[in-house]
Design a protein around this ligand. Structure first.
Ligand SMILES: C[S@@+](CC[C@H](N)C(=O)[O-])C[C@H]1O[C@@H](n2cnc3c(N)ncnc32)[C@H](O)[C@@H]1O
Length: 194
């Protein structure tokens, strides 16, 4: 049962030396995700970063696409004060209007099953077209992640647990990209995983 407090010591521990990703790698990822949205003709006019932490997605959009309306939220009082986000718990909150692109990078594995399921439903409400989601599964935690850099005090769930819930609202395109079923993007059969 994780008891993570997202206070100053958490961000010092996981973001100062040897972070799992850094500003530069997030810039690479953000530019790839933005380009995939463009390929699918998704007009990215608004972006919501959920569990934004240091705010690197928000910063990339502000630098590279200042015309895009970007909102960043986090449950951590420290992160909100330090990095300038709105304080929101994604298990309890969804925005009043959807965003074209929603990012939830490295967040859901901190929530227990009940709260993670509610968070997925709220992410679905929040997403007009595309969700970028990264959350390590039990298998990733066992075999893939760098244990020296990764917070292992998290909820380990199967990929199927996530897929079955996300699949109610999204089509999985792969590489962390999920296309909202209610949006207008039609993927070719071999562009999607199922
Ligand atoms: C591993 S950090 C990821 C930060 C950032 N997304 C990144 O990829 O660098 C996890 C973040 O999720 C936030 N978080 C955890 N539970 C949350 C929740 N229920 N609602 C919103 N944010 C949450 C934490 O405060 C923390 O900033």
């Amino acid at each position: 049962m994780p008891r993570t407090e997202f206070d100053a010591s958490y961000y010092r521990r996981f973001y100062s030396s040897n972070p799992v990703h850094d500003r530069r790698s997030v810039a690479t990822l953000a530019s790839a995700v933005h380009a995939m949205c463009a390929w699918w003709d998704v007009p990215v006019r608004s972006v919501l970063d959920v569990g934004a932490g240091p705010g690197w997605w928000r910063d990339w959009y502000r630098d590279q696409h200042p015309d895009v309306r970007i909102a960043s939220v986090d449950v951590s009082e420290h992160a909100c004060r330090e990095y300038g986000h709105q304080r929101r718990d994604i298990a309890e909150w969804a925005p009043g209007r959807p965003y074209d692109l929603v990012v939830c990078h490295g967040v859901l594995h901190y929530l227990d099953d009940r709260r993670a399921a509610r968070a997925i439903a709220n992410l679905a409400r929040a997403t007009r077209h595309v969700l970028y989601l990264e959350a390590p599964t039990a298998d990733d935690l066992r075999r893939v992640v760098d244990r020296g850099a990764t917070d292992m005090d998290v909820h380990a769930r199967t990929g199927e647990w996530y897929r079955s819930r996300l699949g109610r609202h999204f089509v999985q395109a792969g590489a962390g990209l999920w296309v909202a079923k209610k949006g207008g993007v039609a993927l070719y059969e071999l562009e999607r995983t199922r």
